[in-house]
Design a protein around this ligand. Structure first.
Ligand code: ATP
Length: 320
């Protein structure tokens, strides 16, 4: 393998830059030419491709976002679009493509390799932690710390006013951001798509807490369940306690990556290049029990994420 390409696709995540850096420098170390592809599959279709060297990735390990930019491409979802992408790759001599992104981006890579003669490897870059085959995705840990910082501040003000605070966090259909930050932030209640919740039970917990002398109530709500504003209104109606909703939104996708995310990104980026050098294709890299693993992309996409019942139950016990 003489030339490989790297792109970031879908939603951005802190640590993507550290992964790009690892891909570029590992590639160069192995005598491979590394081409950066800007704006995901969209940029690939437009030929936004340039050669990267060691200095192209200098001073980025600490930066959030992605220097390669990211985008979504509907054209790439069609076989004609992917044929065009393959032709562009051929023109640039790119034999292997490393895709940093989430499940949608992996599906794109899977189809490209199924249909055309190009090797692909996926690196999980998404704050959602919604990929079943890996314990963690790049960006998740940083997002947790961003949410925790916000929770700490909200606790101060909700205690002063003796209010209920509902914090809506990202994660799409995955409740991990809400669950992990709920546990780490000492939330009274965590609402995630993986577990049924009962509104009356929630209100009862709040009322009982107030009677016991609780000065605040923190509720972590995963976006996949519903909106915080609506829920705040309903809680206030039933409990009579002032309730405020905070939707953290895209702030969760930014910021300097944590040490954990930088190290994870560095390990996975390097492994992705090694797999291409070994002639492997249609694999995704990840981490299981702190060991770097690689899994067939189709198998990985078909795995169902197990719900973290132990953590949820622990958070419930500790919330009283
Ligand atoms: P995130 O988890 O952050 O949303 P993602 O990788 O899942 O990231 P998507 O928007 O789903 O983000 O996918 C990114 C891009 O991957 C799409 O714009 C599209 O170009 C490509 N893609 C997604 N799904 C498919 C598919 N079924 N077939 C081919 N390409 C796809």
């Amino acid at each position: 393998m003489k030339t490989i390409g790297v792109l970031t696709s879908g939603g951005d995540a802190p640590g993507m830059n550290a992964a790009i850096r690892a891909v570029v420098r590992t590639g160069i170390d192995k005598g491979i030419k590394v081409m950066g592809i800007q704006r995901g599959y969209n940029g690939l279709l437009n030929g936004e491709i340039f050669e990267m060297n060691r200095t192209s990735v200098s001073d980025i390990i600490q930066r959030g976002g992605t220097i390669l930019r990211t985008a979504r491409s509907d054209e790439f979802k069609t076989v004609e679009g992917r044929k065009k992408a393959y032709n562009v790759l051929k023109v640039f001599g790119i034999e292997g493509l490393i895709v940093i992104g989430g499940d949608g981006s992996f599906t794109g890579a899977q189809k490209l390799s199924d249909e055309f003669d190009v090797k692909t490897i996926g690196i999980p870059g998404t704050i959602d932690n919604d990929l079943a085959y890996t314990d963690y995705t790049i960006g998740f840990d940083t997002a947790l710390n961003t949410v925790l910082d916000a929770i700490n501040k909200l606790r101060d003000t909700s205690t002063s006013h003796e209010r209920v605070s509902i914090v809506e966090v990202m994660g799409r259909r995955c409740g991990d951001i809400a669950l992990f930050t709920g546990l780490a932030g000492g939330a009274e209640y965590i609402i995630i798509p993986e577990r049924e919740y009962n509104f009356d039970n929630l209100c009862r917990t709040i009322i009982e807490g107030k009677v016991r002398g609780k000065v605040h109530n923190l509720i972590l709500l995963a976006e996949g369940v519903g909106g915080a504003e609506d829920m705040a209104k309903k809680i206030e109606e039933v409990t009579g306690i002032q309730t405020r909703a905070t939707v953290l939104g895209h702030i969760q996708r930014g910021g300097s990556p944590t040490a954990f995310d930088r190290i994870l990104a560095s390990r996975l980026g390097a492994r992705a290049v090694e797999l291409l050098v070994e002639g492997k294709s249609k694999r995704v890299v990840g981490i299981k029990d702190n060991k770097v693993i690689d899994v067939d992309i189709t198998e990985a996409l078909n795995m169902k994420k197990e719900s973290n019942d132990n953590l949820y139950d622990l958070a419930q016990i500790l919330s009283y």
